[in-house]
Design a protein around this ligand. Sequence first.
Ligand SMILES: [Zn+2]
Length: 400
Amino acid sequence: MAKEPSFENALAFAQDLIRIPSLSGEEGEVVARIRKEMDALGYDEVTIDEVGNVVGVVSGRGEAPPVLLNCHVDVVAEGDPAEWEYPPFSGTVEGGYLHGRGSMDIKGPLAMQTYAAAALAGNAPGDVIAAHTVYEEKGGWGMSHLMKSGGLNPGVVIIGEATQGDIAIGHRGRGEMEVVIHGTAGHASAPERARNSLDLVPAVLAAIEEVAAGQDSDSVLGQASLVATGIDVLPESRNVIPDRVTVVGDWRVLPSMTDGGLIRTIEEAIRRQVGEGMEGLAYEVRMASETQTAYTGVSEHRNLFSPGFLMDGDDPLVLAAAKAVGRRGQDDEPAVTRPWTFATDGGWSQGVFGLPTIGFAPGEERYAHTNRERLDVEEARWAFGKHRDLILALQAELAG
Ligand SMILES: [Zn+2]
């Protein structure tokens, strides 16, 4: 006898998930807990892939393409627990809110999605897949792996990042770039024996400003932006002339922009700034990268780049979603459609892999990553109920 897919049970499941900390790369325990719940809810198939994503399938009648529901399973660090009004891993429900790290980003919505799929057992024309992915908070390795490995073939992806009941249709992406300058180190008492790599910093900053001023704008997503956010110096001693300086930049990108394009543009701008006079210095422009290790033990060297995406506001799937969900308190009005401010795994599913993707979830974006993170319980109850209408409307649209 399968567990009843009620809102109350979903809320209790969300509390359980909050009580299991799950930083990126440490999601094993929370994934095991999700798998256990999917089994208890009577999912037809539950698997965990090689990077540790959990994929549950509720079979449909084969009359429409699958809908894929996605949340990530990692959360950001909690910081100083003393700064929290409620302990970050308590999962307390009080004052009408579910509190704690992950309550709205994203374990509350994850529980709603997981239960909404189970509630459609035997009633959906197509499969409903709940696929919850690792490493979203560090660039989306889990989602990019899930999309690359294929096999699921969803007609549409629904991302459970907070929209407060609106339909989200895209966001800018984010890249972290570095300009690494190489010179020759020396004792600060004898500058003539060294080649100070700091000498190139003014030209690099001017080049970044020049490229930033020429960034494109989009009427929905706003402007792409680029700004220098830090300078690292090696060696760090203050009586040594550094032979290696790294200027770090934060780049908010529009969907069409690629990291390769940015690197070339900055290289050209530095060359214009420097001209001939930089003998003894070399520089390299690249995306920041790191080796990431999944809790399953697999490693991959990855650029710190989360792509952006944008769906057409008049796309039939977007219109069907807005109509199905409606506006909370004014059901005959379609839901508001708008972009998110932050980046999500939708940049992979739509921006890179071209699958229609929208966002729908309870929760206010402004609480994400803060020590006041919370989810309005009544709003979550409303959104939980709306998932059924949303999934059925999207499958009806996909089936034509
Ligand atoms: Zn999130």
